[in-house]
Design a protein around this ligand. Sequence first.
Ligand SMILES: Nc1ncnc2c1ncn2[C@@H]1O[C@H](COP(=O)(O)OP(=O)(O)OP(=O)(O)O)[C@@H](O)[C@H]1O
Length: 712
Amino acid sequence: MSRLPRIRSSSPDRNESGPSLATRVTLKRKATIDEEQEGDDQPRKLPAIGASRPNRTLQPSRTAINLAASTGKAPSPNLPKPLTKPRAPALTRSTTTRGTSAPPVGAAGRVAAKPTSARGTTGRTVSGPLAGGRSSDDKRFNELQSQLTSIENARAADAARLAADMEAERDKVAELQANHLALSRELATAKSQEINQRRELVHASDEIENLKKKHAREIMDLEMDVKKRDREIREVSEDLRMCRSDLERERETVSTLKSTISHQSTSQLTLTTQNQAMQAQSTALQSQIDVYARTVSELTLKLESAQKEVDDLKKEAMESETVRRKLHNMVQELKGNIRVFCRVRPVLPSDYPCGSPSSPSGGVAAEDLQANMAFPDRRDHKEIVLASSSESATGQQRNEVYNFGFDRVFEPESTQAEVFEEVSMLAQSCTDGYNVCIFAYGQTGSGKSFTMEGGLSEASAGMIPRAVEQVFRVAEEMKSKGWEYKMEGQFLEIYNETINDLLGTSEFDKKKHEIKHDPKTGSTRVTDVNIIPLHSASQVRSLLSLAQSRRSVAATLMNERSSRSHSVFTLRISGVNIGMGGTGGTGEKCEGSLNLVDLAGSERLNVSFASGAPVEKERVKETQSINKSLSALGDVIAALGEKGEGANGKHIPYRNSKLTYLLQNSLSGNSKTLMVLNLSPLAAHMNESLTSLRFATKVNNTTIGTAKKRTS
Ligand SMILES: Nc1ncnc2c1ncn2[C@@H]1O[C@H](COP(=O)(O)OP(=O)(O)OP(=O)(O)O)[C@@H](O)[C@H]1O
């Protein structure tokens, strides 16, 4: 039939078993839209992790629902209900006859179609102007009716077929949905994989970023390293350059050395030859040496035995010397003499007119200055000879020689140690309970203070510090024999017959000090003087300096006080034998004293002082008192000598001067007395020296009796 409904002819795929093309297109578009929507829903960028969208179930399209409704079949339970009831196609009757059964298309001449039902509703509305043509119309109507019926049948058939198609389509849709589901799952899996991969990618990019930073840092480090290396290379290059220049120099040196070596090789060859010759000589000499060595060893043996003999002889000699000294002392003690030593000081630079022997303006030789002195006793050193030549009143040249003998004569070169060696035994005897008195006598500037006090250095220390040191040393040694000693010291000055305390604080010449003797103990005390307990020899040195400074303060410009006064240092020592190490001592006691006296200058009164000026008066007074005390000393010694010799009970004038009174116990027969006569070596002082020598000889010849120990 040519008038098939358009719906059928419009379906080109009608014979296909699947859904119609339109349906498929719709489904496809729907799927695409869904995908697009899903795609749209997806964030353009990567979604946040875990924010994936749940899969949407694929919904049937509206077209498919309508189709299902039109076929009368119930839609799938998953599909929504159709929105409208399917309508039969409307029949349209147009005033213009159309040779087609198809419904009219277009607006012009359209006849309002009479609604028909599927059951073939008979009611109809014919609008037309011609009533007379009713039969033809009916006929026509019937035809149409039949056509309609056939169309409806056809349509029913089509609907059935469509329903079948629809079913098939549904199956396909279901299959597609299943596929879609599977694909969605795959898609979800793929998405999660993608997310993971993206995460990994992010992680990887972070790592890349870190690596890039690290890489940049490494590059920076490398660049710095490269710079450093460059610097080092430059330095090394510089070093290398210097090394090369050094090497060049060394090479030159080496070549020089090589040439030297070649020269020396030649010399060595010569030397080797010479050496061989020498070796031959050496062998010959060696045999000679062996002979000599034997001789030497024989001689050495002989020498050793000779040396031993010498040593034995020396020892014998020393022992003999000790015995000799002991015997000498014994003789001295038995004789009871005051011993006298004579010491001549050297010529000093200050003795020259211009202060120095080398001074050209001085023009004076040492020989011109020195007195004619000789020391002929080279063995015992006991003699001094002075020679002088003078013109007599008749104009005759008179040569005189003066010979003096003393217990010991010290030449100008003698040292303080040598002098003390002779004095030490005497000083030491105060520890045995003797009163010892050593006094220095001589004119001003003859060296009395130097002998008694000495200088500051160890070598120039005088008799006082050395004697004190010796006493302390002996006291220490005596401890091992059970003796314990106590020592105390005082230092006095007698100036113009006034006693002053050199260790005190009071003003000089103001305080009155009295001398007291104890006849029982034989000891002497002076009132109101400082008696310092002595603990060490060094303490005595500081006491000497204190005394010296006090004397300097008291001195006037015109008056060198130390020259014009006598000073007496007294060390008193008392010992008791208390035993040691638990063993009781003997209880023996002893008391001794050591008086070290530096007398004032012994020069005689100079008549030129007698002009009457106050200063001169003072000097005259000083000199008179010095002379008085010194002559009193001479008188005492003379009286002692007379007493000793004659024992006529003559009065001893100790009280004639403070000096003799103070030294009474040290000058009497109870003590050991030594006078050191100091002499100036100068020719200008020849007369004073002769006077001193005569006085000392007188003293030396005086016997004052045997010294006695003060023990209990
Ligand atoms: N043996 C000597 N060796 C070196 N110098 C000495 C010696 N004897 C004395 N002198 C020096 O001679 C100078 C005078 O000596 P010192 O003062 O001892 O004489 P002095 O007799 O004590 O005189 P004064 O009576 O005026 O006190 C000092 O400078 C002293 O150092």
